[in-house]
Design a protein around this ligand. Structure first.
Ligand SMILES: *Cc1c(COP(=O)(O)O)cnc(C)c1O
Length: 370
């Protein structure tokens, strides 16, 4: 079976992790400090705070902005569930707007209609590593005095008008699960230029401790969201190769697009002229007259892993029950979700495997086209 994703771990990363294991210092040591420093440098932000998952990072950003019961945050229904759940952790309400059918990101033109007196923030998600329309989003945020938390979990190294995704809002989160562009196993990073947010996040990830005080001095409600030294060592090694890793993925995407562009029955990833994409997944959309699920079944029967990316957040059973969402509420998101197929995609996939995936996909489209 051709896998959907595969991490790219080099010998140097293995050496770095081994070094930590031999050192005996497995948490809260020099590696977390070094990883944060290097990450802040790469992003060009004042602070980077390592945490144990993207979900924890998003939670801390929401909490640092004081979002609580009754507050509304405008976000996208076309995302991984964590970008919306993090609002609910603090009793806030995610308010969805439909997506742009090209970029698949939340449609900036629909944000203003969703603003109420309870709106506190906008949480754009840079879906698949294609940055949102940040000019429009930041203008709206400024005009209505709203905070912006960027879910940049899929977008490390992506750029909007020459500026890195994740450096526009009050705070952002990048994630390093093994299917992401760089990995630490589990793990993630919050970045911000805001000293206050940074201080709160650092304290809350470590049980609400003050930075300089005694071990058992807790100044606020906190969590254990720390990232261990082995993960940070792996992250250091991966970040050192980031250009290589992103370059490989981008070349694989180009090869897929070259083979699939213009094929009847599918469309490939849209690329806005304003952005540099960081390729997280390779997703095609199947035309409405083709049964997407049959195509996926065919791919799997022919040893090609694939997955629908995403399923609408507002139609998850838990969201339907809590908020009363129903089918038809965000029609573009729903239509896109019914048409997407993520294909096997990783930096080290070889030419022959790409060719095989494309050829099985073309056969399936031919069979199921009417
Ligand atoms: C990966 C991802 C996250 C974070 O996931 P974790 O598994 O908690 O690290 C959040 N949002 C999006 C859009 C993601 O793709």
């Amino acid at each position: 079976m051709i896998p959907l994703a595969q991490p790219d771990i080099g010998e140097e990363e293995i050496r770095l992790v081994n070094e930590v294991l031999r050192s005996g210092w497995l948490s809260m040591g020099p590696k977390v400090i070094e990883f944060e420093k290097l990450f802040a440098k790469y992003m060009g932000t004042k602070h980077a705070i390592a945490i144990n998952s993207g979900t924890s990072g998003l939670h801390l950003c929401i909490k640092s902005l004081n979002i609580s019961k009754g507050d509304e945050v405008i976000t996208s229904p076309f995302s991984f569930i964590a970008s919306s759940n993090c609002i609910m952790f603090e009793g806030g309400t995610p308010v969805f707007v439909d997506i742009d059918p090209d970029t698949l990101n939340l449609d900036a033109k629909q944000i203003e209609d969703a603003i109420t007196e309870n709106t506190k923030a906008i949480l754009p998600v840079h879906v698949f590593g294609h940055p949102c329309e940040m000019d429009a989003i930041m203008d709206i945020a400024e005009e209505h005095d709203l905070a912006v938390v960027e879910d940049a979990c899929e977008a490390i190294g992506a750029e909007y008008k020459g500026k890195k995704a994740g450096t526009f809002g009050n705070a952002s989160v990048f994630a390093f699960y093994p299917n992401k562009q760089i990995t630490t196993g589990e793990g993630a990073m919050i970045v911000t230029d805001d000293d206050h947010i940074a201080k709160l996040c650092k304290s809350m990830r470590n049980q609400g401790r003050s930075e300089d005080a005694e071990w058992l001095n807790h100044i606020m409600l906190g969590y254990n969201y720390r990232l261990d030294e082995m993960s940070c060592a792996l992250g250091i090694g991966q970040l050192d190769r980031i250009d290589e890793l992103l370059g490989k993925r981008s070349r694989v995407a180009e090869k897929y697009t070259k083979k699939l562009n213009g094929v009847d029955g599918i469309v490939t990833q849209y690329l806005s002229q304003d952005v540099k994409m960081s390729w997280f997944v390779y997703v095609v959309q199947v035309s409405q007259e083709i049964d997407r699920n049959e195509v996926m079944k065919y791919l799997r029967e022919h040893d090609v892993s694939c997955r629908p990316y995403f399923t609408p957040i507002h139609l998850q059973p838990f969201y339907k029950e809590t908020f009363g969402y129903k089918e038809g509420d965000f029609p573009i998101c729903e239509r896109v979700c019914e048409s997407t197929i993520a294909l096997p995609f990783y930096g080290n996939i070889d030419e022959q495997t790409i060719e095989e995936v494309c050829s099985v996909l073309k056969d399936a489209l031919e069979i199921y086209k009417n």
